[in-house]
Ligand binder design. Sequence first.
Ligand SMILES: NC(=O)c1ccc[n+]([C@@H]2O[C@H](COP(=O)([O-])OP(=O)(O)OC[C@H]3O[C@@H](n4cnc5c(N)ncnc54)[C@H](OP(=O)(O)O)[C@@H]3O)[C@@H](O)[C@H]2O)c1
Length: 325
Amino acid sequence: MRAAIHRRYGPPEVLRIEEVPMPSVGRRDVRVRVHASTVTSGDARLRAARTAAIFALPIRLAFGLRGPRRPIPGMEFAGEVEAVGADVTRFRPGEAVFGIVTRGANAEYLTVRDDAAIVPMPPGLTHAEAAAVPFGALAALVFLRDVARLVPGERVLVVGAAGGVGVFAVQIAKHLGAHVTALCSAENAALVRGLGADAVIDRRAGPNGASAGGFDILLDTVGETRFAEWRAALAPRGRHLFLSFGLGEMVRMVLTSVGHGPRALCGFVANDPAALAGIAEMLAAGVLRPVIGSRYRLDDIVEAHRHVDSGRKRGSAVISLIDPC
Ligand SMILES: NC(=O)c1ccc[n+]([C@@H]2O[C@H](COP(=O)([O-])OP(=O)(O)OC[C@H]3O[C@@H](n4cnc5c(N)ncnc54)[C@H](OP(=O)(O)O)[C@@H]3O)[C@@H](O)[C@H]2O)c1
């Protein structure tokens, strides 16, 4: 099968397309013929081993010291079950599925365990649309519902609202009953309003664009906000959520966990099958709409990574492995 491969960390040019053996199917495995995958900000970070200093060693210990132990990148996938192991009862060959893994989805075939984050594809979606969902929607759902414990009526500011996580944060915050303000560049204002944002702040305005005490939750998807600078924009019991964070934010989280006043919160999102099933239900109910900002073929993987590295990605950058997908 054909797959994107990188054997060392570095710029997009470390990526190649190679012919590699098909992944084998163990007793509890599901082999998926991948129709569509994506390049997420997480894939681009891992390709470059680009991380906050405090995570540099742990990331290399987990993924490979000099280069990735598992050389095929790609987290999100949608496709058709091609084969199942002897003990698999949840899936059947021919079934349309989508999901998220840590590595390996930028390939024609992918093997995942049947209890991993893989679920039937909701009707009415294309493979490209389904592949564009798990990474951003899981992060948005977990941070807003579980970390911030958003309650209806709260005022939410989403920073980076047009990105892979942001487009779902706007929609999920609205679905959970929030008043949503989106912070993004002017050319993305119409996109985020179309997703349900009640108000939009131009990215160039920064904290000056926000009224004092105006927000109960500030969800920063891009690591652009500092707690001290934005503190005045938060309500007394406000929560400042950091998806991209380093030692400074972790210290803030500890310091603000005691006493009164706004809190800093950060954490990692797991590829949780139950949360993904909830997202599939939201897709089926029409609560969530995928946003595909750009499309590539597998052969254009380097170009796709360059685009993600630009920091100007809108929604998802989809990789088609079968046309049309
Ligand atoms: N903690 C976790 O478990 C977890 C989970 C998922 C993701 N993440 C992290 O979350 C981050 C965001 O992921 P993503 O997939 O949403 O990224 P992305 O899709 O690459 O974000 C691109 C968007 O960021 C916006 N942006 C860039 N610079 C900005 C700035 N200075 N101010 C405001 N907006 C800016 C751009 O919007 P405009 O052009 O409109 O400005 C662009 O649309 C990544 O660092 C990722 O690693 C963490």
